[in-house]
Design a protein around this ligand. Sequence first.
Ligand SMILES: *[C@@H]1O[C@H](CO)[C@@H](O)[C@H](O)[C@H]1NC(C)=O
Ligand SMILES: *[C@@H]1O[C@H](CO)[C@@H](O)[C@H](O)[C@H]1NC(C)=O
Ligand SMILES: *[C@@H]1O[C@H](CO)[C@@H](O)[C@H](O)[C@H]1NC(C)=O
Ligand SMILES: *[C@@H]1O[C@H](CO)[C@@H](O)[C@H](O)[C@H]1NC(C)=O
Ligand SMILES: *[C@@H]1O[C@H](CO)[C@@H](O)[C@H](O)[C@H]1NC(C)=O
Length: 320
Amino acid sequence: MAAFLLGAVLLIVQPQIVPSRPAINSKPESSSQSVQRELLKRTSQKNDFKENIHSNGSCQQLPQTIIIGVRKGGTRALLEMLSLHPDIAAAESEVHFFDWEDHYKNGLKWYVSQMPFSYPHQITVEKTPAYFTSPKVPERVYNMNQSMRLLLILRDPSERVLSDYTQVFYNHMQKHKPYPSIEQFLIKDGEVNVDYKAINRSLYYIHMQNWLKYFPLDHIHIVDGDKLIKDPFPEIEKVERFLKLSPQINASNFYFNKTKGFYCLRDSGRERCLHESKGRAHPQVDTWLLEKLHAYFHEPNKKFFELVGRTFDWHSFVAS
Ligand SMILES: *[C@@H]1O[C@H](CO)[C@@H](O)[C@H](O)[C@H]1NC(C)=O
Ligand SMILES: *[C@@H]1O[C@H](CO)[C@@H](O)[C@H](O)[C@H]1NC(C)=O
Ligand SMILES: *[C@@H]1O[C@H](CO)[C@@H](O)[C@H](O)[C@H]1NC(C)=O
Ligand SMILES: *[C@@H]1O[C@H](CO)[C@@H](O)[C@H](O)[C@H]1NC(C)=O
Ligand SMILES: *[C@@H]1O[C@H](CO)[C@@H](O)[C@H](O)[C@H]1NC(C)=O
């Protein structure tokens, strides 16, 4: 008994991320594994990961929701808009806990130390767009909290590819480095190049399958990123409902900036627009290339719609 207690204390002091059983894997786990899992569960339920409790009553807490992606899907916009809600405490920068080994090995104590100070009634949220497409991440999130509610913002896969390319292109330009044209990445031997990472990231069904091994569909709310940009309020209302937040954000929190061609946010009189890099013009892409891309995504998109039981208004050109 004493040894068991000592073990428990050690585990609390130095939280281990224990490998645990995925939802669909029926392989029996060893008893030591299940004991560890039980302990991890208990320690997290008691919220022993609350860190640095401040005299004003705020503290750092593990996130109750994570924006998992997708890269270039509008994750920053979603986080900023969600932050309009008084019960949301958002981590400023991308944490990359579950996808970067250097961070993950530091354990949950490190993770919680990256979180903003929040009050008990608040929901902590972090966003790391790379989580969605990293195969290891779903299980790791599951091991931390099986009841986690996840937010995923997606855009038209073809548009996302162009946006993905554009970001890297601008990064190179700023450093005065040359960067190949988009055609050179997109096309190999006359066909769409599936080895190009930006293409893979837009194969949403592949990545979604990984998440659905661990989380039920109703714990993953998909925000329509194309709609969020055109008309943010209805999409944000749905997120409020999904997170069971009181309806506090309203239409007057958003106003359209004609110069930008984008919505900006109004937060108790304070107005702010997203960073300049958001909404950069895409490169000019030949029609044939665009059509090839649209045709390429036709099947993957269909698979994704079947997987999530919902359709999206994405380009899905079928060559006749
Ligand atoms: C409470 O303390 C934390 C940590 O110093 C700080 O970040 C936060 O702004 C404080 N909140 C208020 C309302 O003073
Ligand atoms: C796990 O996630 C759920 C859903 O967000 C939340 O209610 C619960 O408090 C979380 N548990 C811990 C230990 O953070
Ligand atoms: C796409 O990425 C996933 C996850 O990283 C990987 O498992 C898969 O093999 C990749 N597919 C292609 C066609 O490269
Ligand atoms: C919208 O919310 C703001 C606070 O963010 C509030 O001042 C305003 O009265 C609300 N407007 C409506 C129409 O509910
Ligand atoms: C609208 O966007 C322009 C261009 O980015 C910016 O200079 C201006 O401050 C914005 N105006 C408002 C009211 O947000």
